[in-house]
Design a protein around this ligand. Sequence first.
Ligand code: HEM
Length: 182
Amino acid sequence: MYGIINKSIEEQIIENYGENKWIEIKANSGISEDFFISNDVYDDEVTYKLIKSISNVLKISTDLVLFNMGEWWILNTTHKKYAGLIKSGGKNLKDFIINLPDFHNHIMLMYPKIIAPEFKVTKMSENEILLHYYSKRSSLQEFVRGLLSGLGKIYQTPIYIELVQSKNSSYDHDTFKVSWTI
Ligand code: HEM
């Protein structure tokens, strides 16, 4: 994955737990990188090793690590670095989710080597959507849950996210039921 993802993880840990914890997490992870460059592509293993190490060192589940990563990505990394892009994603939460299937097409212009996730939207009603998440990677469902939760905060809209079908159970993608109060 592009280094910006690993950098975002690093920033979140340093901000919330301090520099020393980050040094401990990096040493425990077994990765050889000292720092990350946003526009360089790193092996996915680097990210997975960091996630595992954060879980070990902070004694929290990998699901929670992923969720925190997702919220931080939206609320801090992208909201600060690409505020315009996030804003142009939709005038409200529902709009943003409806536009999500096309969102990474714009990102590809900035990060041409991206292996982007794919989203599809079905069964839409006024305050509920089924969001289908397809990825070439595995085990990132809770990252998506954190991303959606972060979007809910940006749009100041309470959001409820339920994983109704999981890729793990011999299904080719994950499906989330996303609802919100209007
Ligand atoms: C300005 C905003 C955003 C930028 C710049 C961005 C960029 C990226 C980049 C660089 C990656 C790493 C993938 C790679 O290097 O191959 C990534 C992954 C990912 N992004 Fe985004 N993204 C943004 C917003 C979003 C939003 C709003 C969502 C969904 C709610 C999302 C969902 C994901 C997911 C699920 C992955 C993990 C990759 C996978 O599933 O295979 N991103 N994004």
